[in-house]
Design a protein around this ligand. Structure first.
Ligand SMILES: O=C(O)CCC(=O)C(=O)O
Length: 258
């Protein structure tokens, strides 16, 4: 898929891009939904800490309001064989240059009628503060994504910010998910509804959000990563919001590692 000069310029200027032409066909999307639903139904990665409730305290026996699986290809390696990956890698090279590839990073599921919002955040706030990043997330819904079921929203130009102050969602240190503390910073948000198999691409510091799923259909999103190698961050910074967390997911990961 060839991006236009305007699309490439828009991405670098605003820190996000919405591509409404699907990167694969209906048959592949139907197959991906099947694989995706099976992973969540079988609670793949739960024991190793890779599956957890992004927006809740993640207690055993409590239904997750925003289930997430890190590294889903570990649990469904067949996902790396889809046609969509080649198309996405081609798009990534047009934005970041020939060294950029694309890999599957995680999956976020918003159950029908109860999927919680994904609060405003910058992805880099989750990562190692000693590194400087030049990358992006590619967000692909496996069915239509609408404002009603939780499509992404972006704040144009926020990729130029430093990482702003975050905290665990609701200030609850048991919750893995993060949110921006000062929401007055977020202005002129743009909603990006997509057809199944469309994609949005956003930079590592672009502030973004997704609403609750108030619809009667599940919202499935597969998220890929692309970009260039990270480098040591020039100077010192810390992300204390990650240090204060005590999540059940971390406990499970530690127990699994022995
Ligand atoms: O799918 C969602 O609800 C949020 C996705 C997100 O935050 C991301 O892809 O970085």
């Amino acid at each position: 898929m060839q991006l236009t000069v305007e699309q490439i310029r828009f991405f670098h200027l605003n820190g996000f891009l919405s591509i409404t032409t699907p990167v694969t066909d209906d048959a592949e999307l139907a197959w991906m939904r099947e694989v995706y639903d099976r992973m969540f139904a079988e609670r793949a990665g739960r024991e190793s800490g890779d599956q957890f409730d992004l927006a809740g305290s993640d207690e055993e026996g409590k239904e997750a309001s925003l289930p997430q699986i890190l590294n889903p290809a570990k649990y469904a390696p067949e996902l790396t064989e889809g046609k969509y990956l080649g198309v996405i890698a081609e798009i990534a090279k047009q934005l970041f240059g020939p060294e950029a590839g694309a890999g599957i990073a995680h999956a976020i599921f918003k159950p029908a009628g109860m999927g919680a919002p994904t609060p405003w955040h910058q992805d880099e706030a989750y990562w190692d503060p000693s590194q400087q990043y030049q990358n992006a997330s590619i967000w692909m819904p496996l069915q239509e994504a609408s404002i009603e079921n939780g499509c992404l929203w972006f704040m144009p130009g926020s990729h130029e910010w430093e990482v702003t102050e975050h905290r665990p969602i609701g200030g609850d240190v048991r919750v893995h998910g993060l949110e921006i503390v000062n929401l007055d910073l977020v202005k002129d948000a743009v909603a990006c509804p997509l057809p199944a198999g469309g994609i949005t691409i956003h930079r590592n510091r672009t502030a973004h959000y997704a609403g609750a799923n108030t619809s009667s259909v599940p919202r499935r999103a597969l998220i890929l990563g692309t970009g260039l190698a990270s480098h040591p961050y020039p100077g010192h910074r810390s992300f204390p919001w990650n240090e204060i967390k005590h999540t059940a997911r971390d406990e499970r990961a530690k127990a699994a590692a022995g």
